[in-house]
Design a protein. Structure first.
Length: 316
Protein backbone atom coordinates (compact mmCIF):
# COMPACT_ATOMS: atom_id res chain seq x y z
CA UNK A 1 0.00 0.00 0.00
CA UNK A 2 1.39 3.41 -0.97
CA UNK A 3 1.81 5.88 1.85
CA UNK A 4 -0.69 8.22 0.17
CA UNK A 5 -3.33 5.46 0.31
CA UNK A 6 -3.11 4.96 4.05
CA UNK A 7 -5.56 6.46 6.48
CA UNK A 8 -3.81 9.07 8.65
CA UNK A 9 -4.65 7.09 11.82
CA UNK A 10 -3.49 3.67 10.50
CA UNK A 11 -0.08 3.96 12.15
CA UNK A 12 -1.75 4.60 15.51
CA UNK A 13 -3.89 1.46 15.45
CA UNK A 14 -3.32 -0.82 18.42
CA UNK A 15 -2.30 -4.42 17.87
CA UNK A 16 -5.13 -6.87 18.59
CA UNK A 17 -2.93 -8.77 21.04
CA UNK A 18 -2.56 -5.58 23.07
CA UNK A 19 -6.32 -5.12 23.22
CA UNK A 20 -6.73 -8.74 24.35
CA UNK A 21 -4.03 -8.21 27.00
CA UNK A 22 -5.74 -5.04 28.19
CA UNK A 23 -9.01 -6.95 28.58
CA UNK A 24 -7.41 -9.81 30.51
CA UNK A 25 -5.36 -7.57 32.78
CA UNK A 26 -8.45 -5.51 33.59
CA UNK A 27 -10.24 -8.73 34.62
CA UNK A 28 -7.40 -10.36 36.57
CA UNK A 29 -5.67 -7.31 38.08
CA UNK A 30 -2.46 -9.39 38.07
CA UNK A 31 0.33 -9.33 35.46
CA UNK A 32 1.36 -12.89 36.29
CA UNK A 33 -2.20 -14.18 35.95
CA UNK A 34 -2.71 -12.28 32.70
CA UNK A 35 0.52 -13.78 31.33
CA UNK A 36 -0.64 -17.26 32.32
CA UNK A 37 -4.06 -16.87 30.67
CA UNK A 38 -2.49 -15.56 27.48
CA UNK A 39 0.25 -18.20 27.40
CA UNK A 40 2.98 -15.56 27.55
CA UNK A 41 5.95 -14.90 29.80
CA UNK A 42 5.94 -12.20 32.47
CA UNK A 43 8.59 -10.11 30.65
CA UNK A 44 6.50 -10.21 27.46
CA UNK A 45 3.33 -8.89 29.08
CA UNK A 46 5.41 -6.21 30.87
CA UNK A 47 6.64 -5.07 27.44
CA UNK A 48 3.05 -5.05 26.17
CA UNK A 49 1.93 -2.91 29.11
CA UNK A 50 4.70 -0.40 28.39
CA UNK A 51 3.69 -0.31 24.72
CA UNK A 52 0.12 0.45 25.72
CA UNK A 53 1.21 3.17 28.14
CA UNK A 54 3.31 4.81 25.42
CA UNK A 55 0.56 4.59 22.80
CA UNK A 56 -2.26 5.80 25.06
CA UNK A 57 -0.21 8.34 27.06
CA UNK A 58 -1.46 7.00 30.41
CA UNK A 59 -0.18 4.54 33.07
CA UNK A 60 -3.47 2.55 32.61
CA UNK A 61 -2.76 0.30 35.65
CA UNK A 62 -1.12 1.17 38.98
CA UNK A 63 0.40 -1.38 41.37
CA UNK A 64 -1.35 -1.58 44.77
CA UNK A 65 -1.43 -4.20 47.55
CA UNK A 66 -4.68 -5.48 46.06
CA UNK A 67 -3.27 -5.77 42.53
CA UNK A 68 -3.00 -3.72 39.35
CA UNK A 69 -5.81 -1.20 39.56
CA UNK A 70 -7.02 0.63 36.43
CA UNK A 71 -6.70 4.37 36.06
CA UNK A 72 -9.72 6.46 35.03
CA UNK A 73 -8.39 6.38 31.46
CA UNK A 74 -8.35 2.57 31.48
CA UNK A 75 -11.88 2.51 32.92
CA UNK A 76 -13.00 4.85 30.15
CA UNK A 77 -11.38 2.69 27.45
CA UNK A 78 -12.70 -0.71 28.53
CA UNK A 79 -16.20 -0.53 26.95
CA UNK A 80 -14.60 0.39 23.60
CA UNK A 81 -11.92 -2.30 23.97
CA UNK A 82 -14.52 -4.98 24.67
CA UNK A 83 -16.71 -3.84 21.78
CA UNK A 84 -13.72 -3.84 19.40
CA UNK A 85 -12.79 -7.37 20.46
CA UNK A 86 -16.39 -8.50 20.12
CA UNK A 87 -16.53 -7.21 16.56
CA UNK A 88 -13.18 -8.78 15.69
CA UNK A 89 -14.24 -12.13 17.16
CA UNK A 90 -17.46 -12.01 15.17
CA UNK A 91 -15.41 -11.89 11.97
CA UNK A 92 -14.13 -15.39 12.71
CA UNK A 93 -17.48 -16.75 13.81
CA UNK A 94 -19.26 -19.37 11.73
CA UNK A 95 -21.95 -17.80 9.53
CA UNK A 96 -25.45 -18.14 10.89
CA UNK A 97 -27.33 -21.09 9.36
CA UNK A 98 -30.43 -20.33 7.35
CA UNK A 99 -33.57 -21.36 9.23
CA UNK A 100 -36.43 -21.35 6.71
CA UNK A 101 -39.11 -21.56 9.40
CA UNK A 102 -38.05 -18.29 11.02
CA UNK A 103 -36.43 -16.50 8.07
CA UNK A 104 -37.90 -13.17 7.04
CA UNK A 105 -36.28 -12.53 3.71
CA UNK A 106 -37.11 -11.62 0.12
CA UNK A 107 -35.87 -13.93 -2.65
CA UNK A 108 -35.86 -12.54 -6.19
CA UNK A 109 -35.95 -14.93 -9.13
CA UNK A 110 -35.62 -14.15 -12.86
CA UNK A 111 -37.79 -16.55 -14.83
CA UNK A 112 -39.44 -16.83 -18.23
CA UNK A 113 -43.17 -16.37 -18.61
CA UNK A 114 -43.40 -20.08 -19.42
CA UNK A 115 -41.62 -20.77 -16.15
CA UNK A 116 -44.10 -18.52 -14.36
CA UNK A 117 -46.85 -20.82 -15.60
CA UNK A 118 -45.17 -24.16 -14.95
CA UNK A 119 -42.38 -23.75 -12.35
CA UNK A 120 -43.40 -20.81 -10.20
CA UNK A 121 -46.48 -22.46 -8.62
CA UNK A 122 -44.29 -25.32 -7.31
CA UNK A 123 -41.65 -22.95 -5.94
CA UNK A 124 -44.25 -20.79 -4.23
CA UNK A 125 -46.09 -23.78 -2.74
CA UNK A 126 -42.84 -25.11 -1.26
CA UNK A 127 -41.92 -21.70 0.14
CA UNK A 128 -45.32 -21.31 1.77
CA UNK A 129 -44.92 -24.73 3.40
CA UNK A 130 -41.24 -24.66 4.35
CA UNK A 131 -40.50 -20.94 4.79
CA UNK A 132 -43.81 -19.24 5.59
CA UNK A 133 -42.33 -15.77 6.26
CA UNK A 134 -40.18 -15.66 3.12
CA UNK A 135 -41.37 -13.42 0.30
CA UNK A 136 -40.84 -14.12 -3.39
CA UNK A 137 -40.36 -11.47 -6.06
CA UNK A 138 -40.47 -12.58 -9.70
CA UNK A 139 -38.59 -10.73 -12.44
CA UNK A 140 -39.12 -11.41 -16.14
CA UNK A 141 -36.03 -13.16 -17.47
CA UNK A 142 -34.35 -10.89 -19.99
CA UNK A 143 -30.98 -9.69 -21.29
CA UNK A 144 -30.26 -7.91 -18.00
CA UNK A 145 -30.27 -11.18 -15.99
CA UNK A 146 -26.48 -11.19 -15.58
CA UNK A 147 -26.42 -7.63 -14.28
CA UNK A 148 -29.23 -8.35 -11.82
CA UNK A 149 -27.52 -11.49 -10.50
CA UNK A 150 -24.16 -9.76 -10.12
CA UNK A 151 -25.62 -6.79 -8.26
CA UNK A 152 -27.75 -8.95 -5.97
CA UNK A 153 -31.00 -7.49 -7.31
CA UNK A 154 -31.85 -11.08 -8.29
CA UNK A 155 -30.84 -14.27 -6.48
CA UNK A 156 -31.45 -16.81 -9.24
CA UNK A 157 -32.24 -16.98 -12.92
CA UNK A 158 -34.10 -20.05 -14.16
CA UNK A 159 -34.24 -20.71 -17.85
CA UNK A 160 -31.80 -20.72 -20.76
CA UNK A 161 -29.24 -17.92 -20.53
CA UNK A 162 -26.28 -19.09 -22.65
CA UNK A 163 -24.49 -15.74 -22.49
CA UNK A 164 -23.77 -16.09 -18.74
CA UNK A 165 -20.20 -17.30 -18.34
CA UNK A 166 -17.36 -15.84 -16.27
CA UNK A 167 -18.34 -15.21 -12.68
CA UNK A 168 -21.50 -17.32 -12.77
CA UNK A 169 -22.44 -20.77 -11.58
CA UNK A 170 -25.03 -22.87 -13.36
CA UNK A 171 -26.81 -26.15 -12.71
CA UNK A 172 -28.71 -28.15 -15.31
CA UNK A 173 -32.26 -28.97 -14.19
CA UNK A 174 -34.26 -30.56 -17.02
CA UNK A 175 -34.38 -30.85 -20.81
CA UNK A 176 -37.01 -29.33 -23.06
CA UNK A 177 -38.18 -30.46 -26.49
CA UNK A 178 -40.70 -28.68 -28.72
CA UNK A 179 -44.43 -29.34 -28.97
CA UNK A 180 -47.48 -27.86 -30.65
CA UNK A 181 -50.80 -26.92 -29.03
CA UNK A 182 -53.88 -27.49 -31.20
CA UNK A 183 -57.60 -26.99 -30.69
CA UNK A 184 -59.19 -30.45 -30.17
CA UNK A 185 -61.94 -29.30 -32.56
CA UNK A 186 -59.49 -28.22 -35.23
CA UNK A 187 -61.14 -28.88 -38.62
CA UNK A 188 -58.00 -30.27 -40.31
CA UNK A 189 -55.56 -31.40 -37.59
CA UNK A 190 -56.99 -34.30 -35.61
CA UNK A 191 -54.75 -37.28 -34.95
CA UNK A 192 -51.37 -36.22 -36.27
CA UNK A 193 -49.41 -33.14 -37.25
CA UNK A 194 -46.78 -33.51 -39.99
CA UNK A 195 -44.50 -30.93 -41.62
CA UNK A 196 -46.88 -30.44 -44.54
CA UNK A 197 -49.82 -29.63 -42.27
CA UNK A 198 -47.60 -27.52 -40.01
CA UNK A 199 -46.52 -25.37 -42.96
CA UNK A 200 -50.07 -25.09 -44.27
CA UNK A 201 -51.83 -24.03 -41.08
CA UNK A 202 -51.92 -20.62 -39.34
CA UNK A 203 -49.76 -19.98 -36.28
CA UNK A 204 -49.37 -17.99 -33.10
CA UNK A 205 -45.83 -16.74 -32.62
CA UNK A 206 -44.35 -16.06 -29.18
CA UNK A 207 -41.87 -13.45 -30.25
CA UNK A 208 -39.49 -12.97 -27.31
CA UNK A 209 -36.73 -14.97 -25.69
CA UNK A 210 -33.99 -17.44 -26.55
CA UNK A 211 -36.57 -20.11 -27.40
CA UNK A 212 -38.07 -17.96 -30.13
CA UNK A 213 -34.66 -17.53 -31.74
CA UNK A 214 -34.02 -21.29 -31.62
CA UNK A 215 -37.37 -22.04 -33.25
CA UNK A 216 -36.85 -19.38 -35.93
CA UNK A 217 -33.42 -20.80 -36.79
CA UNK A 218 -34.83 -24.34 -37.07
CA UNK A 219 -37.66 -23.19 -39.35
CA UNK A 220 -35.15 -21.43 -41.57
CA UNK A 221 -33.00 -24.56 -41.81
CA UNK A 222 -36.09 -26.60 -42.71
CA UNK A 223 -37.10 -23.92 -45.24
CA UNK A 224 -40.56 -23.59 -43.67
CA UNK A 225 -42.26 -20.20 -43.75
CA UNK A 226 -45.14 -20.21 -41.30
CA UNK A 227 -48.27 -18.17 -41.72
CA UNK A 228 -48.25 -16.17 -38.49
CA UNK A 229 -51.64 -14.58 -37.85
CA UNK A 230 -50.98 -13.53 -34.25
CA UNK A 231 -47.75 -12.43 -32.61
CA UNK A 232 -47.56 -12.29 -28.82
CA UNK A 233 -44.73 -11.45 -26.37
CA UNK A 234 -45.83 -13.99 -23.70
CA UNK A 235 -47.77 -17.23 -23.29
CA UNK A 236 -50.55 -15.57 -21.31
CA UNK A 237 -53.72 -15.86 -23.37
CA UNK A 238 -52.38 -18.51 -25.75
CA UNK A 239 -54.62 -21.35 -24.45
CA UNK A 240 -57.78 -19.26 -24.83
CA UNK A 241 -56.84 -18.32 -28.39
CA UNK A 242 -55.88 -21.88 -29.39
CA UNK A 243 -59.12 -23.27 -27.95
CA UNK A 244 -61.22 -20.75 -29.88
CA UNK A 245 -59.40 -20.79 -33.22
CA UNK A 246 -57.60 -22.99 -35.74
CA UNK A 247 -54.18 -21.47 -34.96
CA UNK A 248 -51.26 -23.60 -33.77
CA UNK A 249 -48.88 -22.55 -30.97
CA UNK A 250 -45.35 -24.00 -30.85
CA UNK A 251 -43.56 -23.94 -27.49
CA UNK A 252 -41.23 -25.82 -25.11
CA UNK A 253 -42.63 -29.11 -23.86
CA UNK A 254 -43.00 -28.34 -20.16
CA UNK A 255 -45.13 -25.29 -20.84
CA UNK A 256 -47.04 -27.12 -23.58
CA UNK A 257 -47.89 -30.13 -21.42
CA UNK A 258 -49.04 -27.90 -18.57
CA UNK A 259 -51.30 -25.78 -20.81
CA UNK A 260 -52.70 -28.79 -22.68
CA UNK A 261 -53.58 -30.47 -19.38
CA UNK A 262 -55.15 -27.38 -17.86
CA UNK A 263 -57.19 -26.29 -20.89
CA UNK A 264 -58.00 -29.60 -22.60
CA UNK A 265 -55.94 -28.93 -25.74
CA UNK A 266 -54.36 -31.44 -28.09
CA UNK A 267 -50.61 -31.77 -27.94
CA UNK A 268 -48.36 -32.96 -30.78
CA UNK A 269 -44.59 -33.24 -31.12
CA UNK A 270 -43.29 -30.41 -33.27
CA UNK A 271 -42.74 -31.93 -36.73
CA UNK A 272 -39.89 -29.52 -37.45
CA UNK A 273 -36.55 -30.73 -36.02
CA UNK A 274 -35.88 -28.04 -33.40
CA UNK A 275 -32.89 -28.81 -31.14
CA UNK A 276 -33.81 -29.53 -27.53
CA UNK A 277 -32.34 -27.32 -24.81
CA UNK A 278 -31.60 -27.57 -21.10
CA UNK A 279 -33.22 -25.36 -18.49
CA UNK A 280 -30.72 -24.34 -15.82
CA UNK A 281 -30.55 -22.28 -12.68
CA UNK A 282 -27.87 -19.58 -12.64
CA UNK A 283 -26.35 -17.52 -9.85
CA UNK A 284 -23.37 -15.23 -9.33
CA UNK A 285 -20.28 -16.40 -7.47
CA UNK A 286 -20.67 -13.50 -4.98
CA UNK A 287 -23.57 -15.37 -3.37
CA UNK A 288 -22.38 -18.95 -3.81
CA UNK A 289 -21.70 -19.47 -0.08
CA UNK A 290 -24.61 -17.47 1.34
CA UNK A 291 -26.66 -19.82 3.54
CA UNK A 292 -30.08 -18.59 2.41
CA UNK A 293 -29.02 -18.62 -1.20
CA UNK A 294 -27.78 -22.21 -0.90
CA UNK A 295 -31.11 -23.21 0.64
CA UNK A 296 -33.06 -21.64 -2.24
CA UNK A 297 -30.89 -23.35 -4.85
CA UNK A 298 -31.34 -26.65 -3.05
CA UNK A 299 -35.10 -26.18 -3.10
CA UNK A 300 -35.09 -25.52 -6.87
CA UNK A 301 -32.85 -28.54 -7.38
CA UNK A 302 -35.14 -30.76 -5.32
CA UNK A 303 -38.21 -29.60 -7.24
CA UNK A 304 -36.91 -29.71 -10.81
CA UNK A 305 -33.65 -31.61 -11.17
CA UNK A 306 -34.10 -34.66 -13.38
CA UNK A 307 -32.32 -37.87 -12.36
CA UNK A 308 -31.77 -36.95 -8.67
CA UNK A 309 -28.49 -35.15 -7.89
CA UNK A 310 -26.15 -36.78 -10.37
CA UNK A 311 -25.43 -33.47 -12.07
CA UNK A 312 -23.14 -31.12 -10.20
CA UNK A 313 -22.61 -27.40 -10.11
CA UNK A 314 -20.42 -25.88 -12.80
CA UNK A 315 -18.11 -23.29 -11.32
CA UNK A 316 -17.15 -20.02 -12.97
Amino acid sequence: MKRADRHPLDDALLDVKLLRFLEVLYSTRRLARAAEQLGQSAPTVSIWLNQLRDALKDPLFVRTPSGMLPTPRAEQLMPSVREALRVLRSLNAEPQPFDPLSADRVFRVCITDGGMLTLLPHVLASLRRLAPQVQLEVIKLGPDAGTLLESGEADLAIGLVPELDTGFYQQALFDQVWVCLVNPEHPRVRNRLDCEAYAREGHIEISLGTGHRMLAAALERAQIRRKVFLEMPVYLGVPAIVSSSDLIATMPSRTGHSLARSFGLNLFPCPVPVPPFTVKQYWHERFHHDAGHRWLRGLVQELFLEGSSLRSDTSP
